[in-house]
Design a protein around this ligand. Structure first.
Ligand code: PLP
Length: 343
């Protein structure tokens, strides 16, 4: 951790000092009368999200003190970089093409990037990573399944990196509910330097509520707790996430429907001559190669169908990233692409 953080005394919120639920609460300068409009939002939320974390601990089989919750995984990515990387000195290692937030957070914090690009076929380049990790790298970000390529990273290679790197290895599993067999979460118990990120934004369908999960070494969790804003996860989010966890079977049903749709979308895209290649995906999207991606992207926008143009990213030449939508949305997409083929 950055040296100055060792001496930081975290802000003690009113709700840190008294833990009980009942009482006359005159400690936090809230409005005791209630809330303007609907709902009861007049009290500050639990700064350590005990209900959600306790339920997560049970469901994920991870100790309570190994769980950190953030305002989206995005917040956790930022906190990790700020906790461990001295600006203009320490670096993070990423493997392009990958999720843009690692770069964005590093830049905002004055932290330099070291890149070890994926190999064609989108697997990690271990010899290159081993070479590059020597460059004052404090955190290695591995995105698995990777955004935008969609593939899970090879588990043996992840383990090899964990065993050869002294800094933190962050494995971002935002899309893991779509390929749950690929998770490396259980390894958190064996590797002190592993930190796994998951999110409520994808399979749980709660992107707007902003809730990211971090699992790892309790010492790392402690550092993040020291640094975070006291009430970083709002009360509504805590309540909805807790209720959602009790209905995990609903998430499984949605995932299963999305995977059915994914199969239909794959077959339909595959039958189009416009489509040159569909990369294998372990997530809820496909990276799809076209001869003229900018034209396809623009023509889809005219039809009010929005995809993500990744064609200027390394190894993604010609590619759009397309999320699996509802049955109707997927049919609309395929109909629009068919129309383009016939024009
Ligand atoms: C790989 C990856 N990690 C993290 C996130 C962000 O997750 P959250 O909504 O929890 O901040 C995304 C969102 O697209 C993502 O693709």
């Amino acid at each position: 951790m950055r040296r100055h953080l060792q001496a930081v005394k975290p802000y003690q919120s009113a709700r840190d000092e008294y833990k009980g639920a009942d009482g006359v609460f005159l400690d936090a300068n809230e409005n005791a009368l209630g809330t303007v409009g609907e709902g009861n939002f007049n009290r500050y939320p639990d700064p350590y999200q005990m209900k959600v974390r306790t339920e997560l601990s049970r469901q994920k089989d991870v100790n309570l003190d190994s769980i950190f919750l953030g305002n989206g995984s995005d917040e956790i990515i930022d906190l990790l970089i700020r906790a461990f990387c001295e600006p203009h000195q320490d670096k993070i290692l990423i493997m392009p093409p990958t999720f843009g937030m690692y770069l964005a957070s590093a830049s905002v914090n004055g932290v330099e990037l070291v890149e070890a690009p994926l190999k064609p076929g989108f697997e990690m380049d271990l010899p290159l990573i081993k070479e590059k990790m020597k460059e004052q790298v404090k955190i290695i970000f591995i995105c698995s399944p990777n955004n935008p390529t969609g593939n899970l990273m090879n588990r043996d290679l992840v383990i090899e990196i964990l065993e050869n790197f002294e800094g933190l290895v962050v494995v971002d599993e935002a899309y893991i509910d779509f390929s749950p067999e690929g998770t490396i979460l259980p390894l958190v118990k064996s590797y002190d330097n592993l930190f796994v990120l998951q999110t409520f934004s994808k399979a749980w369908g709660m992107a707007s509520l902003r809730l990211g999960m971090g699992f790892g070494n309790p010492e790392v969790v402690n550092v993040l707790n020291k640094m975070k804003m006291p009430y970083n996860v709002n009360g509504l989010t805590q309540q909805f996430a807790y209720e959602a966890l009790l209905k995990a079977d609903e998430k499984e049903e949605m995932v299963s429907e999305i995977l059915d749709q994914k199969k239909w979308l794959y077959d339909s895209l595959n039958s189009l001559s416009l489509v040159k290649q569909i990369y294998p995906s372990d997530a809820n999207f496909f990276l799809v190669r076209f001869d003229n991606p900018d034209q396809v992207y623009q023509d889809l926008i005219v039809e009010k169908i929005i995809t993500r143009n990744r064609s200027r990213q390394y190894l993604c030449e010609g590619c759009l990233r397309i999320t699996v939508g509802t049955k109707e949305e997927n049919q609309t997409l395929i109909a629009a692409l068919k129309k383009m083929e016939n024009e």
